[in-house]
Design a binder for this molecule. Structure first.
Ligand code: CTP
Length: 406
């Protein structure tokens, strides 16, 4: 955990039952060599005493925005500048909402707005609050703003229910924070192309063939690589998602357009990750005017689309190629078949029929299959799965390169 050594960390604590775990988190951060300053919201103070945190962090705990004593020492702007990293743990649903809204009505929210340091949150709340549309929306906004979301875990909750919403364990939070500060910036310098979303194959000007892909997994992969320092080109089919903050995004509609966009920009890419659910077939011809319902039956002739991933893997200077295999049965067998047939370096098998996995879900489980082994990732939030996958791909890419070096 050398990344945290000597670093200035602000630990924000908001008012949830998991606040009691924040003392252990502060201690572990100190053990990792960080200088820790604690800021508590008014409701956090109801759950755990500032004195406890003061004893663990070895520093006075701040609870108020305009505290005349504290402001004379280090005002809140100086405090925000002091930080190399800000982590809010536990982060309640209310705090996530205020953070997403850019509020600055207490010390912690003001610090979060005023700091240029990386910001991480470890949410903790009842499972229903975690899955509510408002919380999901706020998380989309926060992630798009570059806030790192750590956890939450699944399990039994203080409210007596079981499900997602438990704050991640302090040891896991410390490991995630070390990853954020890692100077290795794992994928730094890598050029990575990602395809995402569905494709839309027009039948006539108002109709077409598409599929259930939301683009969430592909966007999460693109964002994870960008956050790890890679230069990412995202080629995206039609989705309803905010841009994931990558160097270049090319929006396309059909499989042929995706193929053309990929091949126009593939030269010089180190890694190609095909997450898009590309339509295998398209109508042979596209009507230029809307088809009228004059006939009782209509026959559509479909022709094969080019296989984008296979075509990239077959290039003479092919990048490190990673495919996704969305399956509903015999997942591993079919996925291995794709690894061989398309000559891939890795294939991520995805059982789209399993609950909490695949299309339109916010969570996912992957079995990442290489030539010699396989690694399971998840079940976890798609963003978390993407981050672990990004680290794995980067590692395997480096190993392959080393092995090929004379
Ligand atoms: N893929 C692609 N171009 C296509 C079809 C698929 O680039 N025309 C990529 C997908 O992005 C994914 C992988 O190939 O990474 C596997 O796609 P999938 O549709 O699951 O498999 P197929 O090879 O099309 O086989 P099948 O539909 O028979 O399962």
């Amino acid at each position: 955990m050398g990344e945290l050594n000597g670093k200035h960390v602000i630990l924000g604590i908001t008012g949830g039952i998991a606040a009691y775990k924040a003392a252990e988190l502060a201690r572990r951060l100190k053990d990792a060599g960080a200088a820790v300053r604690v800021v508590m919201t008014a409701s956090a103070v109801e759950f755990v005493s500032p004195l406890t945190l003061q004893a663990v962090s070895g520093q006075p705990v701040r609870t108020r925005l305009l505290d005349s004593e504290a402001e004379s020492g280090m005002d809140h702007i100086e405090f925000a500048r002091w930080a190399d990293l800000v982590v809010v743990a536990p982060a309640t649903a209310n705090f996530l909402a205020r953070l997403a809204g850019g509020f600055a009505d207490d010390l912690l929210s003001t610090l979060c707005l005023a700091t240029e340091a990386p910001l991480a949150v470890a949410p903790a709340m009842n499972r229903v609050m975690w899955s509510k549309a408002a919380t999901r929306r706020n998380l989309v906004v926060l992630r798009a703003d570059g806030v790192r979301v750590i956890g939450p875990d699944e399990g039994s909750q203080a409210c007596g229910e079981t499900g997602p919403g438990r704050m991640s364990e302090p040891a896991d939070i410390v490991a995630a924070l070390a990853g954020i500060l890692s100077p290795r910036s794992a994928a730094g310098g890598l050029k990575v192309m990602v395809t995402a979303g569905p494709t839309f194959e027009a039948i006539d000007p108002v109709r077409g063939i598409t599929n259930h892909s939301s683009g969430k997994m592909g966007y999460a992969v693109a964002r994870a690589f960008a956050e790890a320092g890679a230069r990412v080109t995202l080629v995206s089919g039609p989705v309803h998602l905010p841009p994931p903050g990558v160097e270049r995004q090319i929006d396309v509609r059909s499989a042929q357009e995706m193929y053309d966009a990929v091949h126009a920009a593939i030269a010089g890419q180190h890694v190609f990750v095909a997450v898009a659910a590309v339509a295998d077939y398209r109508p042979e011809s596209q009507e230029s005017h809307k088809i009228k319902k004059n006939e009782d039956t209509v026959t559509l002739t479909l022709v094969r689309n080019p296989d984008i991933l296979a075509s990239v893997a077959a290039l003479r200077d092919a990048p490190f190629c990673v495919g996704f295999a969305a399956e509903t049965r015999d997942v591993e067998t079919y996925a291995r078949g794709k690894l061989e047939a398309k000559k891939l370096d890795l294939v991520c098998a995805n059982d789209v029929s399993a609950p909490g996995s695949g299309f339109n879900s916010d969570t996912n489980t992957l079995l990442v299959i290489g030539r010699d082994d396989s690694v399971r990732i998840g079940p976890a939030d798609k963003e978390e799965v993407a981050r672990i996958l990004c680290q794995l791909i980067t590692k395997r890419y480096e190993q392959k390169n080393r092995a090929q070096d004379p």
